[in-house]
Design a protein around this ligand. Structure first.
Ligand code: E4P
Length: 230
């Protein structure tokens, strides 16, 4: 499963892209509204940083305006994927954008029935919001499982798990066979930590430092390697 970052913050993408784990990004109007600066500039910069698909969302609710906004967003960078909210108008807009060669991420999908329509309209990504389902006591795992099963193994549309609130949402999405999870920076950071990793690093470091000559040996080895590569 690929990991995207779910954010409107260029600084956050800059920090986490350095880990080398991001394949793309998703933004939405709420995330961009929290940030300073022009949204188009942020989307362009995020495209450069992740060097992969970056979703930018339309805000109109009629197909004609969605298509116009989608074309404009796609003009920002070739890596832009147009995010279209699920509705009958959104399906019409998706079909038209796709026939222009513009990839679509259909967002706010909450059921397998909606996912089937989304896939038939030609969307590249079907975004199912796990956290928002759990918020209203609907089992997000069951819904994502049903979407993955309904779209089948040979599916063209990729299932993108969104609204990820904690590391287990991402793990569940991966186990269910989602192609992508879009994860907020805070949750990606939570995915880093484990108390045994932290205590393990401290113990290795303390044991190594108990033998100062070993430190000297390793520094010498590094210097030799650097000299040989010059
Ligand atoms: C997906 O692409 C959305 O941007 C996002 O995951 C929504 O998450 P939220 O429910 O935490 O707002």
């Amino acid at each position: 499963m690929k990991l995207f970052i779910d954010t409107g913050s260029v600084a956050e993408v800059e920090e986490i892209a350095a880990w080398g784990v991001l394949s793309g990004a998703t933004t939405n109007p709420s995330l961009l509204a929290k940030e300073e600066g022009e949204p188009g500039e942020s989307i362009r910069r995020i495209c450069e940083l992740v060097d992969g698909p970056v979703s930018g969302e339309v805000v109109s609710d009629d197909a004609k305006s969605m298509v116009a906004e989608g074309r404009a967003l796609a003009g920002l960078d070739e890596r832009v994927v147009v995010k279209v909210p699920f509705s009958s108008e959104g399906l019409t807009a998706t079909r038209e954008l796709v026939s222009d060669g513009i990839p679509v991420n259909m967002t706010l999908v909450f059921s397998a029935a909606q996912a089937l329509l989304t896939a038939e309209a030609g969307a590249t990504y079907v975004s199912c919001f796990m956290g928002r389902l759990d918020d209203i006591s609907i089992d997000s795992e069951a819904v994502v499982r049903e979407i993955v099963e309904a779209l089948g193994r040979e599916r063209h549309a990729q299932v993108l798990a969104a609204s990820i609130r904690h590391p287990m949402h991402a793990v569940i999405a991966a186990k269910l066979g989602c192609e992508v999870s879009t994860v907020p920076g805070k949750v990606l950071k939570a995915m880093l930590s484990h108390p045994l990793t932290e205590s393990g690093i401290t113990r290795f470091s303390d044991d190594w430092e108990s033998r100062p000559e070993f430190g000297q040996w390793l520094r010498g080895l590094v210097e030799q390697g650097a000299a040989a590569s010059r």
